[in-house]
Design a protein around this ligand. Structure first.
Ligand code: ADP
Ligand code: MG
Length: 240
């Protein structure tokens, strides 16, 4: 579903992604971990072309992301993204937030979009908040709305960039639960997170990044119990 082939990226002279080779299959849940500044967000943002790669190839669902001829609207319809800060539109209700892209981009009718929105609101446990405004919701609820908004475009891939990092501790669980159920339904997910419990329990594979490189990747059990690379070992020991 996603393939990085010898991908490099620079910000000016700064080599932020270094020879990334990474393949993510359909239905796989990949958790990306690593120190702050290691390039995790940049890697994620290349997938939907929020950032450009400098060289190499990046293929998403058979679309060559950085080909000039690629229609970015078509690409981005396949990819939902959830950020640390939920980025909901404050002047729109929950339902309006969720139906905006489907009606504007996918040209879905209002009725159809609302039906889909209510379906996903139900899924994230917020059917009763359809008419609320974002500032009437807790952080955890806002993030669940953001997930419903992503799902309403019926993407093939969901990207999560530290979705629980801005939340009060007591709200982290409810967001992780929604992500867990999405994973169990077979969504292809790439998740940057510091929630090691989630990684251990839900990930099919853990990718450890440091200084713009994929240093190690493995299934969670093997990775956490017996990391091979010194940099991974020292990162994990610092979390304890
Ligand atoms: P992470 O998500 O792992 O914390 P990022 O991908 O956000 O890492 O950033 C990796 C490095 O690239 C950091 O050193 C950051 O300062 C730098 N960086 C991120 N975005 C930009 C940008 N738009 N221009 C220049 N440098 C950037
Ligand atoms: Mg980041």
């Amino acid at each position: 579903m996603i393939e990085f082939r010898q991908v490099d990226k620079y910000y000016g002279n700064f080599h932020v992604l270094q020879n990334i080779n990474l393949t993510i299959s359909e239905g796989e849940v990949v958790v990306i971990i690593g120190p702050s500044g290691s390039g995790k967000s940049t890697l994620l943002r290349c997938i939907n072309h929020l950032e450009k790669i400098s060289s190499g190839e990046l293929i998403v669902d058979n679309i060559n992301v950085h080909d000039r001829k690629t229609n970015l609207n078509v690409l981005r319809q396949e990819i939902g993204m959830v950020f640390q800060h939920f980025n909901l539109y404050p002047h729109m209700t929950v339902l309006e937030n969720i139906t905006l892209a489907p009606t504007k981009v996918r040209k879905t009718t209002r009725e159809e979009a609302q039906k889909t929105a209510r379906h996903y609101l139900e899924k994230v446990g917020l059917a009763h908040k359809a008419d609320a405004y974002p500032n009437e919701l807790s952080g955890g609820q806002q993030q669940r709305v953001a997930i419903a908004r992503g799902l309403a475009m019926q993407p093939k891939i969901m990207l999560f960039d530290e979705p629980t990092s801005a939340l009060d501790p007591e709200m982290i669980g409810e967001v992780l639960e929604v992500m867990k159920s999405l994973a169990s339904e077979g969504m292809t997910m790439v998740v940057v997170t510091h929630e090691m419990g989630f990684a251990k329990e839900v990930a099919d594979r853990v990718v450890f990044m440091d200084h713009g490189q994929v240093v190690e990747e493995n299934e969670p059990k093997a990775f956490f119990e017996n990391p091979k690379e010194e940099r991974a070992r020292s990162f994990l020991s610092r979390l304890l």
